[in-house]
Write a protein that binds this ligand. Structure first.
Ligand code: NDP
Length: 325
């Protein structure tokens, strides 16, 4: 099988497409012939050898994939069945989706939903799945479309663009924050009613600012998240899932203790199985057909390393799909 293999040489991570024997796959209950994978922010960090994502080498990266069951020792999965996978440490500490085949635990797989196929599932991918978990967190915090505008930061990335499309489809008025003027048309097409420059959120904010947002989905962290919290309205909910702008959070307790603001963390990797299925069902129901046409760049396995670098340099928009076969 062909696979993107990460190895280490003198402390540097080297990414090469290699031919590997099938018996080199790790143990697992189900072997999957992969049709599509994607490049997520975490994949880009792993391939570039940044962020200490990979600790054991050689490693096949790829934190999500979709394909067909080649063989299974678990009664829940039959040969030929379409499946998808996100998270569980696959592509980090267990060989992942940037390969023609993967062998994984049956518990990690989600049967393909009706209305989706492998390509569509990977257009959504970990990024879109995370966006849905963020939306669910806002809903569980009691936020409704009547409450006011919802802000999405890092809006033209994978998580952000799916969050914009989802919120718009669910009836929310969405304001997008993007660092690139070139993405504004794209964000309006996805359903943003307004696009604000990242620079408006990058200055150190006062502990409390004018109340503007009923809720927010933040993929960026750092000063941007601090500004968002300071501008969130009384009883608002902020779902924080990312660190594209940094891991610090230079804020104060003021938004929490004076405005009842809720900061909800989001992790997609270890999401329990029942919530995973619910999130995928909601994605399948909510995303409009146009989303699958708007938000995608397609590349081959050989182009994955180059795409990873571009993603980290903020030169990609939306989801980057890897066609495996
Ligand atoms: P992308 O690279 O596709 O998107 C990130 C976006 O953030 C960019 O498109 C850009 O948007 C913005 N951005 C980039 N650099 C900076 C910067 N220095 N300062 C502020 N904003 C910046 O990544 P993903 O959408 O795949 O992931 C987004 C974040 O969410 C990542 O940090 C990722 O690790 C995290 N994540 C977390 C998950 C979880 O389970 N918690 C799961 C999936 C992702 P623009 O140009 O529009 O400003």
């Amino acid at each position: 099988m062909q696979a993107l293999v990460l190895e280490q040489s003198s402390g540097e991570t080297i990414a090469t497409v290699k031919h590997l024997p099938d018996d080199s796959l790790p143990p697992g209950d189900v072997t999957v012939d992969i049709d599509w994978s994607g490049i997520n922010y975490k994949d880009a960090l792993a391939i570039a050898g940044k962020g200490k994502i990979i600790r054991q080498f050689p490693m096949v990266p790829g934190i999500d994939f979709a394909g067909r069951v080649e063989s299974s020792s678990d009664a829940r999965f039959q040969r030929g069945q379409s499946v998808l996978l996100t998270g569980w440490g696959v592509g980090e500490n267990h060989w992942g989706g940037l390969a023609e085949r993967a062998r994984v635990k049956a518990d990690w797989l989600v049967p393909m939903l009706q209305g989706l196929d492998a390509r569509k599932a990977m257009i959504v991918g970990t990024a879109g799945f995370t966006a849905m978990l963020c939306v669910m967190a806002l809903e569980e915090g009691g936020v409704t479309p009547e409450d006011g505008e919802v802000l999405v930061t890092g809006a033209s990335g994978g998580v952000g663009s799916t969050a914009v499309a989802l919120l718009n489809a669910l009836g929310y008025r969405v304001v997008a924050v993007s660092g690139r003027a070139s993405t504004h048309d794209y964000l309006h097409q996805l359903g943003a009613s307004e696009v604000l420059p990242r620079s408006a959120f990058s200055e150190r904010s006062r502990p409390l600012e004018k109340q503007r947002w009923a809720a927010a989905i933040d993929t960026v962290g750092g000063e941007v998240l601090a500004s968002v919290l300071a501008q969130t309205r009384y009883n608002g909910v902020v779902a924080a899932c990312g660190l594209a702008g940094g891991t610090d959070l230079p804020t104060s307790v003021m938004p929490f203790i004076l405005r009842n603001v809720r900061l909800q963390g989001i992790d997609s990797v270890m999401t329990p199985v029942a919530r995973r299925h619910l999130a995928w069902k909601r994605l399948q129901q909510a995303l409009p057909a146009t989303f699958y046409q708007q938000a995608t760049t397609e590349i081959s396995l050989a182009e994955a390393a180059d795409a990873a670098e571009k993603l980290l340099n903020n030169q990609l928009t939306g989801r980057t799909l890897v066609r495996i076969r």
